[in-house]
Write a protein that binds this ligand. Structure first.
Ligand SMILES: Nc1ncnc2c1ncn2[C@@H]1O[C@H](COP(=O)(O)OP(=O)(O)OP(=O)(O)O)[C@@H](O)[C@H]1O
Length: 262
């Protein structure tokens, strides 16, 4: 049977029907570590073809939210579904639909860059030839194409982060989670990552990106989920947030600081 997605320059383009279906729904999530709830009744959605910024100060609960979505933590209350499927209902299906770029790169010391890529291909059961074509494109973008035999010990922090990005972008997923991407990357790599995220978004992927670099978030995100001390402060587009805060010309940063002050 022919896949409904069209292959275009090695990148899948999802059908309109599929794009409409793609949504991450976080409903009344209470969660955190052991019995201490860090997140207090958080609800938001990330639709397909959109880049949503998860905004919060240090300790606000951004990584905890992401850890719940990727299944490292179990909700104490509430639910998380992607395209109507929860991790509890079908863990294999749910995990296949997501990819994650962590804040701190996690690489296997004994595996080369090439082996990390091959491991990703195996984990997501990707077609090797197509996946290598894609990988080569990304490796060129991040100037890693001549480092396939290098081990993580030889990489700088930013290079390790780029390896995580290349691996996360290899499978075609419905939801991409990106935790604080700007801290370890140089301006060139930041620009390249943003271009790649935009392409993923255009192809239908829902992207949730946590950050406290609010100026960049304002520039690139379609909408925002603002949290503070584990609580949802507000969510919506910049104009929704400007309206809610009665400040029609305020920047994202001004709105966030104003809301946390209150
Ligand atoms: N492993 C853990 N065990 C217990 N509490 C934790 C753990 N990790 C984080 N916390 C607590 O959860 C709260 C939210 O932390 P989280 O890492 O989600 O914040 P964040 O918004 O991602 O912050 P940052 O911008 O600094 O990365 C903090 O109060 C933190 O102390």
């Amino acid at each position: 049977m022919v896949d409904p997605c069209l292959a275009h320059e090695g990148q899948h383009v999802w059908s309109t029907e599929r794009k409409k279906k793609m949504t991450l729904k976080v409903k009344n999530l209470v969660g955190g570590y052991s019995s201490i709830p860090v997140l207090k009744d958080i609800s938001f959605e990330v639709p397909g073809s959109s880049l949503v910024g998860l905004i919060g100060l240090n300790g606000a609960g951004k990584s905890t939210t992401i850890n719940h979505i990727i299944g490292l933590l179990r909700p104490m209350k509430g639910s998380i579904t992607l395209n109507g499927v929860s991790l509890q209902q079908d863990a294999a299906q749910y995990k296949k639909m997501i990819a994650y770029i962590p804040e701190i790169p996690v690489l296997y010391e004994e595996l080369t860059l090439k082996e990390h890529i091959e491991l990703t291909m195996m984990a997501y059961q990707l077609d090797k030839e197509q996946a290598w074509q894609k990988a080569e494109r990304f490796l060129k973008v991040f100037r890693l194409d001549n480092k396939l035999d290098w081990f993580p010990i030889n990489f700088s922090k930013g290079m390790k982060q780029k390896v995580m990005i290349v691996c996360a972008l290899l499978p075609k997923v419905d939801l991409l989670l990106v935790d604080e991407p700007f801290l370890g990357l140089d301006p060139l790599a930041t620009r390249d990552l943003l271009n790649l995220l935009d392409k993923e978004k255009q192809a239908g992927t829902a992207i949730l990106m946590s950050t406290h670099v609010l100026s960049t978030a304002q520039e690139v995100c379609d909408s925002f989920v603002m949290i503070d001390e584990g609580q949802l402060l507000a969510s919506g587009t910049l104009s929704d947030l400007q309206e809610q805060s009665h400040k029609p010309d305020a920047s994202l940063s001004e709105i966030y600081l104003d809301m946390t002050d209150k």
